[in-house]
Design a protein around this ligand. Structure first.
Ligand code: TXA
Ligand code: MG
Length: 354
């Protein structure tokens, strides 16, 4: 893949971003370039959503399969106009409740959106991010911004500007560094074009929170179990291996005590075969330090802190020489559902029940 442009790196204040870098980024976007920026979930790689050629650049830079559509980011509800056919009442209620924030909604696509964004689907994904840098950049650009996560396709999503540079330096025009992203896992993708609202990808807004507005919400079985290959996924992105570190990853799920026993047993077996083992665990887990390379991501009962640290931890394992990562599962509650969806996908569906 080509790596021949100079990527401009600029630090910005995450709370009160300076006007200069935002204007510069906005201009690059308007002229068809690519700018990576922080959002409250993960870093995004933006292009002018109204410019099919600019959007194509995103697919090239990431090595992203062309049939995986992008989310269009807006800085306000009023910008949704030509992007969709209509805004049904339920969409309006959801926007009022969760925008700006980590909720992406899918609606019938409008006339302004080029086919490159939607991968030819008749629907479009929309989100208004909450991060001041993201909002400032979109406003400065003066156009809606199509943006996937700013990682090489298949790798864990970036939660820092350094992650972005590691993957995409030389392939994109600019990175705005606004410090670590907040939630740590991507937005919730909610399809409003199905007979009933359905979560295609669990994320920063939990099903429990959606229920407060919708009364009830379906969760796509694929989003829960990340079983690949069974039927056609409703969200094209769900069919690809994702979020994966370089080493093979296995998820071990069950009660904490049983998981600890299973991990020790598996680690022993692999070590006997001369393999180096990494363990993704928690501060309140059993002590695994003498059986492998341990990275801890918060406490099991606090899925928010696990989400925040998850992708950085997966990338950290890439800096070690481990051959296999054993990851402890956590409860599917709250943001835990998004965490487990990403872990199960990183494992390519290889789940071990303890
Ligand atoms: O938090 C986020 O959502 C981040 C930040 C940058 O905003 N973005 C992000 O984008 O995660 P990406 O491209 O990595 O994931 C977008 C997901 C994919 O699974 C894609 O298949 C799905 O949304 N998607 C996009 N448009 C869709 C559509 N029209 N119908 C169904 N799924 C769609
Ligand atoms: Mg992504």
């Amino acid at each position: 893949m080509q790596k021949n442009i100079v990527t401009r790196y600029v630090k910005v204040n995450p709370v009160n971003p300076e006007a200069g870098p935002l204007a510069e980024g906005g201009l690059i976007l308007r002229r068809g370039g690519l700018v990576a920026f922080p959002t409250e979930t993960v870093y995004g790689l933006g292009a002018n959503a109204l410019d099919g050629r600019a959007v194509e650049g995103i697919f090239q830079a990431k090595g992203r399969p062309a049939d995986n559509p992008l989310i269009v980011h807006v800085a306000g509800r009023e910008a949704v106009g030509g992007l969709v056919k209509e805004v049904p009442g339920v969409a309006r209620e959801l926007m009022n409740a969760f925008w700006p924030g980590p909720l992406t909604i899918i609606l019938p696509v409008g006339k302004d959106v080029p086919a490159e964004v939607t991968a030819g689907l008749d629907t479009v994904a929309l989100r208004m991010p909450r991060h001041p840098v993201a909002l400032g950049l979109i406003r400065a650009a003066g156009v809606p911004v199509a943006a996937p996560s700013a990682n090489t396709s298949g790798r864990p999503s970036p939660t820092t500007a350094q992650h972005v540079l590691n993957d995409l330096e030389g392939r994109i025009d600019m990175v705005l560094d606004g410090g670590p992203a907040g939630v740590g896992v991507e937005s919730t993708v909610l399809d409003l074009t199905a007979p009933a609202p359905i979560v295609l990808r669990p994320g920063g807004i939990t099903p429990e929170e959606l229920c407060l507005v919708l009364g009830t919400v379906e969760v796509d079985p694929q989003a829960r179990f990340a079983n690949q290959g069974e039927g056609r996924p409703r969200s094209p992105g769900m069919k690809y291996t994702h979020y994966a570190p370089r080493a093979r990853l296995l998820v071990v799920e069950g009660r904490a005590e049983a998981v600890a026993v299973k991990i020790k047993e598996l680690a022993g077996e692999y070590r006997n075969r001369g393999k180096r083992v990494g363990i993704l665990s928690y501060e309140d887990s059993a002590d695994f330090t003498n059986i492998g390379e341990v990275i801890m991501v918060g406490r099991r009962a606090q899925p928010e802190t696990v989400a925040e640290k998850l992708y950085a931890a997966l990338r950290c394992f890439d800096e070690t020489d481990v051959d296999l990562i054993l990851a402890e599962g956590i409860d599917d509650q709250g943001v835990g559902l998004a965490v487990m969806n990403r872990l199960r996908k990183a494992a390519g569906g290889q789940i071990i029940r303890a």
